[in-house]
Ligand binder design. Structure first.
Ligand SMILES: *Cc1c(COP(=O)(O)O)cnc(C)c1O
Length: 353
């Protein structure tokens, strides 16, 4: 009835494309948050099959899940708490991205498979701020680490300023005798935009799934969306002019017309406020009519004849004229990242090789 179709072949091709682009830098594929809604285990497996350099997740629990699923590739996680089980992380050879002294102290006590230290170069989120660098790198004197940071994607100027901060952190590390064996700064947007920011490794998430990291065009690299979301029409009816549609009658038909019922609601991650978003019915684009409900929404398809069971594309590949995750996001003031990550509920993931 509702399917999230994930094309693993495309994920593999997108990874290879990014790898080709970034080489000689290594490419970490980010599979956090259930691989941005694509299914973490299956995606990790498909990437391991083609020799992915490393996998990245946020939580230690996600990394542990990957090991439990039999993933042998390098895994790094970077959103840690002092209460996390660092002994288990070490035993499972999970690499840790550390951003606070509280976590660093624990990690150094227990030992760590490989330590990545995060510096805040201007994003204002995780990472050690500049005022802490002396103390940080003194504590790490004589050790071998990876150093990383994350860009804010605000403007080229701001990104370059962050890179300069990153270089300054490297300098402080060097002065204290910390050996930085691997530097990583760029996510997808940085990887595509700044060859000089690729260093020894990049961390790409959205690009692996074939989606745009922001407003900039990057279709020319040939990345293609791996997720297509469809639902099958559950009801079809002819109604008169003046028919109120869905809760609160936020849509009222202007003339006799055909309505279809699409069984895909906010329980599936279809935002309730996305009224007016476009979907594809029989190759034609229509707007969602009226409120999106928990299980379903309605589309006024005019005089189009539609059969119960016909496929409606909620988003997919622009090259087939389908609406994109980006367009759905834009229809309610959001972005493709949020769209694909929240899609789920009762919709089934179906994988294609
Ligand atoms: C999510 C995340 C990424 C991946 O970002 P994309 O824009 O999806 O490529 C990289 N690094 C960190 C630290 C992240 O949290």
């Amino acid at each position: 009835m509702r399917e999230i179709q994930v094309d693993l072949g495309r994920i593999q091709t997108n990874y290879r494309t990014l790898k080709q682009l970034a080489q000689p830098a290594k490419v970490m594929a980010v599979v956090k948050a259930n691989a941005y809604g694509h299914g973490m285990h299956v995606v990790a497996q498909a990437l391991e099959e083609i020799g992915v350099d490393a996998l990245g997740v946020a939580d230690l629990n996600e990394a542990i899940e990957l090991r439990s699923a039999g993933i042998k590739t390098r895994i790094m996680c970077w959103l840690l708490q002092p209460s996390d089980d660092f002994q288990l992380a070490k035993d499972l050879e999970i690499e840790l991205g550390v951003s606070s002294f509280e976590v660093l102290t624990k990690v150094l006590e227990v030992g760590v498979h490989h330590l990545h230290v995060k510096v805040d170069t201007g994003l204002g989120r995780n990472g050690f701020v500049q005022a802490d660098w002396e103390r940080l790198f003194s504590a790490l004197a004589g050790k071998s680490i990876s150093l990383f940071s994350h860009l804010a994607n605000t403007s080229e100027e701001a990104d370059l300023k962050q890179q300069a901060e990153f270089e300054a952190a490297l300098e402080v590390a060097s002065v204290h005798g910390v050996e930085v064996t691997e530097r990583h700064l760029a996510a997808t947007a940085g990887t595509l935009s700044y060859p000089a920011m690729r260093y020894e490794m990049v961390r790409v998430g959205i690009g692996v799934y074939g989606l745009n990291p922001d407003e900039r065009e990057f279709a020319t690299f040939g990345l293609r969306p791996a997720m297509r979301v469809v639902a099958r029409v559950a009801n079809f009816k002819r109604v008169e002019a003046g028919q109120g549609v869905s809760y609160g009658y936020r849509y009222v038909t202007q003339r006799p017309t055909n309505l279809i019922l699409v069984p895909f609601g906010y329980a599936e991650g279809m935002p309730r406020i996305a009224q007016g978003a476009k979907v594809l019915v029989a190759g034609k684009s229509f707007e969602i009519s009226g409120r999106i409900a928990m299980d379903q929404f309605v589309v006024d398809v005019g005089d189009l004849e539609v059969s119960i069971g016909d496929e409606v594309v909620i988003f997919g590949d622009t090259e087939n004229g389908e609406p994109t995750a980006e367009e759905l996001g834009a229809s309610y003031g959001s972005i493709n990242y949020e769209v694909v990550t929240r899609i789920g509920g009762r919709a089934q993931r179906v994988y294609k090789k």
